[in-house]
Design a protein around this ligand. Structure first.
Ligand SMILES: *Cc1c(COP(=O)(O)O)cnc(C)c1O
Length: 385
């Protein structure tokens, strides 16, 4: 086992597919696809064309590419909104000579991942007063407030997809369409349900970003950018190695929008988001498996894993939370943080989800653990009660 060789202890990751705890684990078929991909060389554009076909089938998008994560997909998507199919603009990013660099964002949707837009050259313009969160009111932003913020420097609208996100995406998309502006949706963690692979695009998103290393079960450093063919092609071009002869370089049919270019740009803003052939192959296989899986069966399997924790621990203070991902909720009380620290200090360390620690509840997410580890979690809970 490689981690033993390296002297790195393995952990039980019940926090979910979080990056700091190395995401999740991959199915043998996904790991095998990565292994096979590592044994031969290919032209990266033709591999991304294959990814495009697989993403098209899974999402209904016109086009798609594999990125090095959802954050990279946001960065590349922003680059596409800023530069379009203009190689001169691509070369200048993150500088935007014409000043058309603003992305409108609803204030309550601001988050630490949105800086990827700024890295690409964008600037965020906030709208709305989310006083339903702060308490003195009941409202958030309305679609007309987004419309009011649109001006000559607007490059697009950024939307964070969450169950509580307001206004509804289809209202935002209608405003954007009226002004010929793209909507870029960060839906990194909005799977399951698998139907969300299609729903944001169906609601009018021009580009949507998913993590490959979360529920899809792909490589930890993979993601998806899917949507309008011209924008996806622009994003791809800004990530590719472009030390090529412009006279002989020809894009495949999947990225035919690139044949309109008046010239080829140099290495783009996405060069530091390089995605390897192994990640692309692994993500394609993971996405096909995720799309083909029966949602009811997936849910039943996760639920059974939570049930196994409860069986091993005994039911005191334990319950199962709601979908989309059923989790074990342990009502610990005031000492929740101390108990979590003891779980982490044990052997093997158990990492849990602290999202409700302030209420004295520790959550155990079944997505990134094995069936055997579910029993171990239950026994450790019992020993700490
Ligand atoms: C996880 C997450 C990301 C980052 O995804 P990576 O695939 O790790 O780059 C971005 N945005 C949101 C909302 C996320 O939850």
């Amino acid at each position: 086992m490689i981690y033993e060789t390296l002297g790195v202890p393995t952990i039980i990751n019940a926090a979910g597919t979080v990056t700091r705890l190395s995401g999740g684990t991959m199915a043998p078929e996904v790991a095998e696809a990565m292994r096979q991909a590592s044994l031969a060389c290919v032209d990266m554009v033709s591999l991304q064309a294959a990814a495009c076909r697989a993403i098209r089938a899974a999402t209904g998008a016109e086009a798609g590419i594999v990125t090095s994560g959802a954050s990279a997909a946001v960065l590349l998507g922003a680059g596409a909104c800023l530069a379009g199919l203009d190689p001169g603009k691509m070369n200048r990013l993150p500088e935007v000579a014409d000043g058309r660099r603003e992305f409108i964002v609803v204030r309550s949707q601001r988050n630490m991942y949105d800086r990827a837009l700024v890295v690409a050259g964008g600037r965020l313009v906030e709208v709305g007063i989310p006083d339903r969160y702060s308490g003195p009111g009941v409202r958030d932003a309305s679609a007309w407030e987004i419309e009011e913020a649109i001006g000559p420097n607007t490059a697009g609208i950024y939307y964070l997809a969450q169950s509580q996100s307001k206004p509804a995406l289809h209202e935002v998309a209608a405003v954007a369409r009226g002004h010929g502006l793209p909507v870029l949706v960060d839906a990194a963690g909005q799977l399951p349900p698998a139907s969300n692979l299609k729903s944001y695009l169906a609601e009018g998103a021009d580009l949507v970003c998913f993590s490959g290393g979360k529920a899809i079960g792909g490589p930890q450093s993979s993601g998806i950018l899917a949507g309008r063919a011209d924008l996806v092609a622009s994003a791809l071009l800004q990530m590719l190695d472009l030390d090529v002869d412009p006279d002989t370089w020809a894009p495949p049919a999947e990225f035919s929008a690139l044949s309109q270019l008046r010239g080829l740009p140099h290495h783009g803003i996405g060069r530091s988001c390089k995605t390897g052939k192994e990640e692309i192959a692994g993500l394609i296989v993971a996405l096909q498996r995720f799309s083909a899986a029966d949602p009811g069966e997936r849910l039943a399997k996760l639920r059974a894993r939570v049930q196994a924790m409860i069986s091993a621990a005994g039911p005191d203070g334990l319950s199962i939370t709601d979908t989309p991902v059923p989790m074990l909720a342990w009502s610990v009380g005031e000492s929740a943080r101390r108990v979590a620290a003891r779980l982490w200090a044990g052997a093997p360390p158990i990492g849990c989800n602290m999202g409700r620690a302030d209420e004295g509840v520790l959550l155990f997410n079944p997505m990134a653990i094995t069936d055997e580890q579910a029993g171990e979690i239950g026994r450790r809970i019992a020993s700490l009660r």
